[in-house]
Design a protein around this ligand. Structure first.
Ligand code: UD1
Length: 421
């Protein structure tokens, strides 16, 4: 296992190129299986989750060519015949569960392992399954596997997601575009990742209305064709680097290759801390204020504050003068970073799904443990402003979701070394 050794106290200055989004890529990779011809996707990040998902696609018989130096992925689905995604691969990455919608949608049958739990508690898939049943798909469970069967074409139906779910919206869209005469998802997720999936499906030949709203209707078509597409930039990477660029009082970063439209009110919230934030279409500039002000946030579904950004925000608030709170309403248990930040000297108190941060605290290097993807990056952010040396253990979590993290940060002034644990 790898660890990071980080020398802190360094200001960041320079330009960072933003990578393609992992969470936006996975649904469109799954969608490529619905077509009759190959799909080529550019701006795919070189990340462990992408390599894992490519292997899931290979297991079912797709030809997958990842030209990783070019960040380009070509998927030929014409020989898909083994309609099963095994536990060994699905347990590594929850989004492999998208195979259920993609395989049953195209082939009328799928057997996919139930995903396991997560580092921050249970993450159910009940809505994916109930939604498919509402569509008319026959769902059964067998020794940890979900078996989905359907006869073409299914009669008109609808399903209301409560709560709204990104994953369930994706899986239901994948299942419905070929299989259902008409299927409406009420309270559908509106995240940019879902919107990109809808746009790609339409380009492939699907009939979808209500894209970007919480009521999406799919009218099944006979077939879909492969397309050439460009994956969206990673909005969570953008938000993470925006915070990295204001944590140290002398930092100043320019982020290139962004899509500011996907950030909701995040730039405005960051500006409330006193940070200087300049947003143009594809470039974002941030500059640290002399003193960060405390700003409290509550996570919500898009376009609210993303749960994937709350750990980084709490880390930033340890450097603000005053008291602030971070509340997560999407995932109540996503606070495993709290004791680790405390090890670095931060003053945080957790009660239910709210952490109160008492700033400003001088952070000082220590050994800390990564527990999940976003918790890990928050420890890297903290280590970069902490005095002396911090060791962040188990950085494999970071490799799942941040492309070239240490190279990108070292190029703008950080001091991060990767070593064996
Ligand atoms: C996706 C993102 C993840 C992000 C999350 C919320 C990917 C690969 N992952 O995860 O990074 O943190 O959106 O923005 O894109 N729920 C149910 N039953 C279900 C499904 C979900 O109760 O069947 C609940 C969840 O427990 C949670 C809420 O719905 O409270 C939202 O979860 P969801 O949007 O499904 O998250 P994911 O798609 O798993």
């Amino acid at each position: 296992m790898d660890k990071f050794i980080i020398e802190g106290g360094t200001a960041l200055k320079g330009t960072i190129k933003i990578s393609g989004s992992k969470n936006a890529a996975l649904p469109i990779i799954a969608a490529s299986l619905l077509a009759n011809t190959p799909t080529a996707i550019s701006n795919i990040p070189r990340l462990q989750d992408i390599y894992t998902f490519n292997n899931v696609l290979r297991v079912v018989g797709a030809k997958v060519d990842f030209k990783d130096k070019e960040n380009k992925l070509i998927i030929d689905p014409t020989n898909v015949s083994h309609l099963e995604a095994p536990y060994d691969l699905v347990r590594k990455m929850r989004a492999s569960f998208y195979m259920l919608g993609a395989l049953v949608g195209k082939h009328g049958y799928a057997k996919v392992s139930l995903p396991g739990g997560c580092a921050w508690g249970p993450r159910p898939v009940d809505l994916h399954l109930k939604g498919m049943e509402a569509m008319g798909i026959n769902i059964s469970l067998d020794k940890g596997y979900v078996i989905a069967k359907a006869e073409k074409k299914l009669p008109p139906a609808s399903y209301k997601l409560e709560p709204s779910s990104v994953g369930a919206t994706v899986n239901l869209l994948l299942a419905a575009v070929l299989l259902s005469q008409e299927f409406t998802i009420e309270n559908a997720a509106k995240e940019p990742d879902v919107v990109q999936l809808c746009n790609v499906l339409v380009k492939m030949g699907a009939n979808i209305s209500g894209i970007g709203t919480d009521r999406v209707t799919v009218r099944g078509v006979e077939s879909l064709q492969g397309v050439e597409i460009d994956n969206d930039p990673d909005r969570i990477e953008i938000g993470t680097f925006m915070i990295a660029g204001v944590l140290h009082p002398k930092s100043e970063l320019t982020l290139e290759g962004c899509n500011a439209e996907h950030l909701g009110n995040f730039p405005d919230l960051l500006a409330k801390t006193g940070a200087h934030v300049e947003v143009s279409e594809s470039t974002i500039k941030v500059k640290a204020p002399e003193e960060l002000k405390p700003v409290s946030i509550t996570t919500e579904i898009y376009p609210g504050f993303p749960t994937d950004m709350q750990a980084q925000w709490a880390t930033m608030m340890t450097q603000a003068e005053g008291i602030s709170t971070v509340t997560d309403t999407v995932y109540f248990d996503r606070f495993s970073y709290v004791p680790e930040l405390t090890r670095l000297g931060a003053d945080l108190r957790l009660e239910k799904n709210t952490v109160t941060i008492f700033g400003k605290t001088e952070l000082e290097g220590a050994s800390v443990m990564s527990t999940d993807l976003r918790a890990s990056v928050s420890l890297v952010l903290a280590a970069m402003v902490a005095k002396n040396t911090t060791e962040v253990l188990r950085v494999y979590h970071l490799d799942r979701g941040y492309e070239n993290l240490e190279h990108k940060l070292n190029a703008v002034g950080a001091s991060i070394k990767r070593a064996d644990e």
